[in-house]
Design a protein around this ligand. Structure first.
Ligand code: MG
Length: 106
């Protein structure tokens, strides 16, 4: 998948979320809701990482669906991009600059 296609999905999802959540009409609340949602998704990904490394209680480990890790990684990426959109961050530019900065370290 191309970044352009992903960002088009983010625009679509942003529109759907805005119409579904009329209770967050103001910009500040929308940003805060997305940040909290990102925290929730990071928590779910953490749970998957613990399960992946078999670091959970045995009873919890037994109930774990081993196929959910990719879903949780996708959730974190999508919600991060939704947060970036709400805050007016140009993700393509941010990634380009960050990759350039990381590459200069080596
Ligand atoms: Mg999730």
């Amino acid at each position: 998948m191309e970044l352009k296609e992903l960002l088009e999905f983010i625009d679509l999802e942003d529109g759907r979320l805005r119409s579904a959540h009329e209770n967050y009409p103001d910009h500040e609340k929308r940003i805060m809701a997305r940040m909290i949602k990102l925290s929730e998704e990071v928590g779910e990904l953490s749970d998957e990482v613990l399960a992946f490394n078999a670091m959970q209680r045995k009873d919890k480990q037994k109930k774990h669906d081993g196929n959910n890790l990719p879903n949780e990684i996708a959730d974190v990426l999508i919600v991060t991009l939704l947060l970036a959109k709400a805050m007016g961050v140009d993700v393509e530019e941010a990634l380009k600059n960050k990759i350039e900065k990381i590459n200069k370290r080596y």
